[in-house]
Design a protein around this ligand. Structure first.
Ligand code: ZN
Length: 377
């Protein structure tokens, strides 16, 4: 599930603002549609609450919703509101993508919806009250419109406690922060099956233009959120497009060097020497493949204040930087694999084992040094 904040939704290129494309029943296999509907339904069940879900909420820009307002859950492909009637009724709404945000929204009491089933049959039905509300709420998401675009948004709730590692990364990058400034943006990575990633309407590949003006407070909170999300999932890097943001920003921590925040990065120089090594991606959990990368790179990066800074990376860290920079251009490591190379299923160490290993490593390591990554003059 892509989670986000009200302020992030105002940024250009946000995945939840994209208009979803119709599902072409001639161009998609039934298997692919079933995989998509199944993934949406599973995400809905995993979520804290939820009577419905629209595909863009998971990073897929296709016109599909899951309706679980009453009775068995139904996948509606290409749903359309044919008619609304009855009086306008106010009711409180929220969205799984906007934790803690609620709003009172006025909706028509009765709605007639037409859609296609997974198998391609046409259906038209009329819904009332709560069910009508849920369907209006989900269908408008397909046009990049959210419930809080209606009148009377009342943000409620509090941010969850940040992860200790994210706190450390933020402190190393920005210095010690006052408690009230340690606020993480609520972000979460959208995950896909490799075959789904081949679809064009993956909305976590937004065009990410460089030089977008960002409030430094927002940037810190976003970095914090990106680090926290990657630590939670055992990753070593996470780029803004993976969480639905059209920004050229990525958070990297190879667990050996000081964490790095890439901002509008640009490769200045690459080593001739390359190396083939295994890569995985938080967007495609459970899969690995061999990718050829430059052994060393020189990058022009930008600080939180927007000052240009040159950084040099080599080995594993250089690989991560190249992988994350690819995300900023909508390129996935699978796109970089040799034609004859194959994706292989992969399962990392169980979370408990990983936690124990991390605790033991921290016990043996010296206190974190206040050094910056290598840079040239
Ligand atoms: Zn990745």
């Amino acid at each position: 599930m892509l989670t986000t904040s009200v302020r992030a939704l105002r940024l250009p290129g946000h995945a939840l603002r994209a208009r979803a494309a119709p599902v072409d029943f001639d161009a998609t296999s039934r298997e692919l549609r079933a995989s998509l509907a199944g993934g949406l339904a599973a995400a809905l069940v995993r979520g804290p609450v939820g009577a419905g879900l629209a595909a863009p909420m998971l990073g897929v820009g296709l016109r599909v919703i899951i309706d679980a307002a009453e009775g068995p859950a139904t996948a509606m492909f290409n749903p359309r509101i044919e008619e609304t009637s009855g009086r306008m009724v106010a009711g409180e709404e929220g969205n799984l993508c906007l934790p803690g945000v609620r709003a009172e929204v006025r909706r028509a009491q009765t709605v007639t919806v037409s859609w296609q089933t997974l198998a391609g049959q046409d259906r038209t039905e009329t819904f009332h009250d709560w069910h009508a509300r849920v369907l209006q709420h989900e269908i408008e998401i397909l046009d990049g419109r959210l419930f809080l675009d209606h009148e009377g948004v009342q943000p409620l709730g509090t941010m969850p406690m940040p992860d200790a590692q994210a706190e450390r990364a933020a402190a190393l990058l920005f210095g010690e922060l006052e408690p009230e400034r340690r606020r993480a943006e609520p972000v979460s990575v959208a995950t896909f099956d490799p075959q789904l990633w081949q679809l064009d309407p993956i909305v976590v590949r937004p065009p990410s233009a460089p030089g977008i003006e960002l409030d430094p407070k927002f940037l810190r909170a976003l970095a914090y959120g990106l680090f926290r999300e990657q630590y939670e999932r055992g990753g070593v890097g996470l780029a803004a497009p993976q969480v639905g943001l059209g920004l050229r920003i990525a958070a990297i921590d190879d667990r050996e060097h000081v964490p790095v925040l890439l901002r509008d990065p640009e490769i200045l120089d690459r080593s001739d020497e390359t190396e083939i090594g295994p890569e995985g991606c938080l967007s495609l959990p459970g899969w690995r493949g061999p990718v050829e990368r430059h052994v060393a790179i020189k990058v022009r990066n930008h600080t939180v204040e927007g000052e240009p800074i040159e950084l040099e990376f080599e080995g594993y860290q250089a690989r991560i930087v190249q992988h994350e920079m690819d995300h900023l251009d909508g390129v996935l490591f699978t796109d970089r694999m040799a034609p004859d190379a194959e994706l292989a299923p992969y399962s990392g160490p169980p979370r408990e084992e990983q936690a124990v290993a991390e605790v033991l490593r921290d016990a043996a390591a010296p206190p974190p040094a206040r050094t910056k990554p290598k840079r040239r003059r």
